[in-house]
Design a protein around this ligand. Sequence first.
Ligand SMILES: Nc1ncnc2c1ncn2[C@@H]1O[C@H](COP(=O)(O)OP(=O)(O)O)[C@@H](O)[C@H]1O
Ligand SMILES: [Mg+2]
Length: 233
Amino acid sequence: MNKSIFIVGTDTDVGKTFVTGLIIKSLRDNGINAGYFKAALSGAREEGNKLIPGDAEEVCNVSGIEEEYSNMVSYILKNPYSPHLAARIENIEVSLDKIKNDYKNLKEKYECLVVEGSGGIICPLKIKDDEVILLEDVIKVLNLETILIARAEIGTINHTTLTVKYLESIGIKVKAIVLNGYNPQNIIHKDNKETIKVLTGVNNFFEIPFVDERNQIVDNYFNFNLLINIINK
Ligand SMILES: Nc1ncnc2c1ncn2[C@@H]1O[C@H](COP(=O)(O)OP(=O)(O)O)[C@@H](O)[C@H]1O
Ligand SMILES: [Mg+2]
């Protein structure tokens, strides 16, 4: 296996990091040397004179990856703002070349990288004069296809369909949708899944419930064979 995958969210806080950790754990538990990469993280925690990128830390804890944070995250920003604003305030010049190089260097150590996006698909990493870098530019420069993480609850039909249609309109493929916080007893959640299938044409779905115990999810809800087929296809 040597295909990587990009994890996009319909919004911030939809569970991208949570699900990315589970995906990497599932891959690693099944013998695949999967790693984690993220182009820009804002809201990093200060520890002494170091900045700790919470998402990378969480994924490492869940999945057992041992790696320097600076190898996994190109831009570790302190302010909890959109990356373009945090970078501007912190006088950091975001460049697609650095992101591409960091990704390439890290990829040499792993069979597959699971790359987490920042925010939703139109998340700016740089806006300076007439130079604009959006999350979609990162996906394009890394030449990756995507898995979309969405909320299971009401409102998700609109957010999810908009995100899929937008990604397709710019030539980026959505291989699967993860409905996070899914309750199979909930009529809204069940209908959301069927409706999103009809509206987007995406047929591969994962349903992840809200839980306390993550290992339980991997065993019970993440079908490793389906996951591998989707990433490799
Ligand atoms: N399925 C879930 N079960 C329990 N907690 C969850 C689940 N999904 C997300 N969370 C929690 O919700 C919060 C936001 O999730 P996170 O993965 O950080 O979102 P994002 O990376 O999209 O910003 C975190 O505190 C996370 O632990
Ligand atoms: Mg995150």
